[in-house]
Write a protein that binds this ligand. Structure first.
Ligand SMILES: [Zn+2]
Length: 155
């Protein structure tokens, strides 16, 4: 048994630390890889159920990544940068970014199609991505097992 009474107390430096979190410039949506401050507070829905109801295109993009085609780049005089837009031809997510003359990305964001984001299941971590791959495989076997008699050997 460890006695942790001697643990130092980190008491309030300047009251509660609250981040105002202004939206990034030029973007409509925060990339999903960014921190999810609301994740713990999001009401959880069963990830399996959610994955089962996703369109095939969303499952494929979430397991294999987006298919960025077509794309466009337009020079913006005011921003003095290129507004580069890639669109996934499978799920129609758009990646909008500003690239400067040196090719540095100064700002980037995503616009997702309705239903792509996980409003009610919270952040998709390693477990969630496993569920998505399982769902992906289940759908592949559901369409290929019919007829050729192959049976998935699942654990
Ligand atoms: Zn996609």
């Amino acid at each position: 048994m460890l006695d942790i009474n001697t643990r130092p107390v980190l008491s309030d430096l300047h009251g509660s630390l609250r981040r105002p979190g202004p939206p990034p410039p030029f973007t409509q949506a925060i990339p999903e890889v960014a921190a999810h401050p609301m994740a713990e507070h999001t009401p959880r829905r069963n990830i399996e159920t959610w994955a089962h109801e996703l369109p095939a295109s969303f499952i494929e993009c979430r397991t294999m990544g987006h298919r960025w085609e077509p794309h466009s780049a337009v020079w913006d005089k005011q921003a003095r940068a290129y507004h580069v837009i890639h669109e996934c031809d499978r799920c129609h997510t758009q990646r909008k970014a500003w690239w400067n003359r040196n090719g540095e990305i100064t700002s980037a964001g995503y616009s997702y199609p309705e239903g792509y984001l996980t409003k009610d299941v919270g952040y998709i971590g390693a477990d969630g991505r496993g569920v998505l791959r399982t769902e992906y495989l289940a759908r592949i076997f559901a369409t290929t097992a019919r007829g050729n008699g192959s049976t998935p050997q699942a654990s």
